[in-house]
Design a protein around this ligand. Sequence first.
Ligand code: ASP
Length: 422
Amino acid sequence: MLAIWKWYRGKSFILKITVGFILGIIIGIIFGESAQVLSPFGELFLKLLKMIVVPLIFLTLIVSVNNSSPKELGRIGGKIFPYYIISTGIAVGIGLIIAKLINPGLGLQMPKNTNIDVPEAPSIIDILLQIVPTNIIDSMAKGEILSIVFVALIIGFAISFIRHSTESQMTEWGNLLLKLAEAGSEVTFRILNGILQYAPIGVLGITATSIGNQGMGTLQSLAKYVGASYVGVAIQMLIVFPLILLLFKVPVIKFFLNTREAIMTAFVTCSSLGTLPVTIKSALKAGISDRVANFTLPIGATVNMNGSAIHFGVGVVFAAEIVGYDLSIGAIIGIILTGTLAAVGTAGVPGAGLIGMSIVFTQAGLPIEIVGLTAGVNVITDMVFTMCNVTGDIVGAAIVDKSEQKSESVQRDEGTGSVSQI
Ligand code: ASP
């Protein structure tokens, strides 16, 4: 038994997870809906990831705030947010263009009796106010990541403040609290490593169940829609992201090799949030500093959704073609704007994109019943959208880290310059 465990541990994560994925597909195809018996294995994996996400974000953020100055954090935020908005806008545009070329909705009928609840789109002010929790324990229990990020940042700053106090008692307490957070964060990473040993079995369970449940019939009728979604994601992943990385002189192949664990985990879990622990781990492996990774990735997992943005672009053209609605330039610009905002508001959990899509459809005047039509293949499209969401988060962290290194070296050069001038 011990020998099997040792052998298993010695194999690479990516190999194990790929084997789990392929076996899952085979089992799903052979056993169809009966593959459902394996769903607890997948559910266990997702639960374990969710279990670790809140302490991980909380502790790593407290540590990362203490590793940088407020000025540095402000600078990092000022770089990452424009990246999120621009890359998301581009992604909506790609979704629209690809769908216009593939025409996924031509020849399809309006679905009957499909109901989907469209939540009211909250205003920007409401979204911002929601970030501040009235009860942090409640936010933690509900997994409201932005609120947790907010509180962790405040606590981190307060600890940093008392660490630099002139009173020795305060400094002592501050250092003690920071040490506790560092130790806690180390423990969560250890637990994560254990969870990842189980990942291949979880992946097998998730894949077998989704493939088994997904009748081939739905897939065939919506094949063009699925195809357009995959092509859109391929363009973002293989052209847009590499170009952004090249622009910032980040080696592309090495980047993808180092981050493939996160990319693969996102693909099978369909949850950016669930993948977050692996995303942080992969980003560190790719050489991104923990200061930038720990600060930007929890935020990215909740607000940066490039894949979901492609989803909205493709979905709008799909619906417009079904109802024979011609999209004007003005409508397209409006869709890019609402699509970008809806992507920011989309939660990093499986299926969340359907809600975002209902919001975009409502704004564009398209029938939301069509969202219900695409829900049948959402498991298959959500996989690639989430993969693209997570990759976009790490690309953002990588380029910000690169530019941080640059400004640090400029500062160093300026420092030496002034010394030599003296
Ligand atoms: N499942 C996606 C994610 O977690 C969100 C979506 O459904 O678009 O990133």
